[in-house]
Write a protein that binds this ligand. Sequence first.
Ligand code: 4AD
Ligand code: MG
Length: 464
Amino acid sequence: MDKISIRDARQEDAIGRQATLQGWIRTRRDSKGGFSFLEINDGSCMANIQVIADADLSNYESEIKRLSAGCSVTIHGEIKASGGKGQATEVQASEIIVHGWADPEEYPLQKKRHSMEKLREWAHLRPRTNTFGAVARVRNRICRAIHDFFQEDGFLYIHTPIITASDCEGAGEMFRVTTLDPANIPKTPEGKVDFTKDFFDRPSYLTVSGQLEGEIYATALGKVYTFGPTFRAENSNTSRHLAEFWMVEPEAAFFELDDNMQLAEQFLKRIATDVLNHCEEDLAFFQQRIDSTVVETLETLASKAFERIPYTEAVEILEKSGEKFDFPVSWGSDFQAEHERYLTDQHFKCPVILYDYPAAIKPFYMKCNDDGRTVRAMDVLAPRVGEIIGGSQREDCLEVITSRMEAQGLDTDDYWWYLDLRRFGTVPHSGFGLGLERMVQAVTGMANIRDVIPFPRTPGNADF
Ligand code: 4AD
Ligand code: MG
């Protein structure tokens, strides 16, 4: 018999097929007529399939009547039309093989609903719940949309390194990579750490962004993107920060800030559209159980033009809002989550692209505007989530970027290769980074970023 996923077995065109289904029991119900109903889930979709196990199956009394949530089974049987509500099909079992038991006294995922906090302690079991199954499927669809979007637009997928010696964001929030023994650090005669004894001969870190290497490939191949794990040792215990997250970073040559904004908007619209078209069942679940604005937010993302306003204008809007913010707003300070949320959720009621930020609060690589005080930065803010994309046009003038690096305390000798890109055939170029987990939050309505990545790493937590 052919193996079939529950997702396929639930379709009407499967009726009449002899098939094999494999998965985990969600529930068992024994009927008075001497047979049992089993609900099986295999993760291929949110819904279970109902299996009818008659008493004449050889292991009915010895095994089937002992099945409980979490047991793993193989079912051979015929897929039939079902008279039941909410299901087109069901399975009449001809054989049921039990692979593994799950003692109902001990298996934690019984009928009772657990809090998200509790489920985080069971990171090895939570993917078996409806919520985390749905998050995993939607996350997968978003990743597929990311690749489809860039591949169809001629962007090349490149792989930038995870171990690096440079601090792209200049924020000093990097995890060190070393093979030195912390109990026995080699020292130079001056008493400093002797990094020539370390694996890479120099201080090395986990990357905070693949952008600088992305720029190298963009200024050779035109349009590229990198998509991989990113690390930040910032000690922020918030619902939107992780120490390890995934970032997708396109970078394009002959590309200015307006092109960049256009690309970011098309990109987010494509992801939203693909999720709306392919994850209907999971979205209905999020809408009902997690956040009743999920579908509306996605439709806005997919179809409404993003608002584009300069930073300076956003400051004016916030100052005039009459809102009481925990952090006051004034020109020159960075926005907090509460400010971003006011702009997206209350003022504009749609995604917002803020651009032309004060130079002092942005990294060295952003292109300086003629006003001498702002840079060609852009942040895309999504409803509920706030900043979801950060990007910019890059400074392409050798003299300007050299003095910006010096002003921010970077050693230009360390970045000689980055400066070479401005020395040899420099071009206007731009790019941005989308935080994958923040995108998953925007799409699913999940309140905490720890619940949209399989194994969250946060300060004090790398258990699994
Ligand atoms: O704004 P960021 O810091 O921009 C950069 O790293 C640029 N080098 C990207 C580029 O231009 N190629 O980060 C980009 C995005 C943020 O908007 C946010 O969505 C996400 O990455 N992000 C985080 N997500 C989860 N946890 C964290 N600690 C994050 N820090 C940034
Ligand atoms: Mg940012």
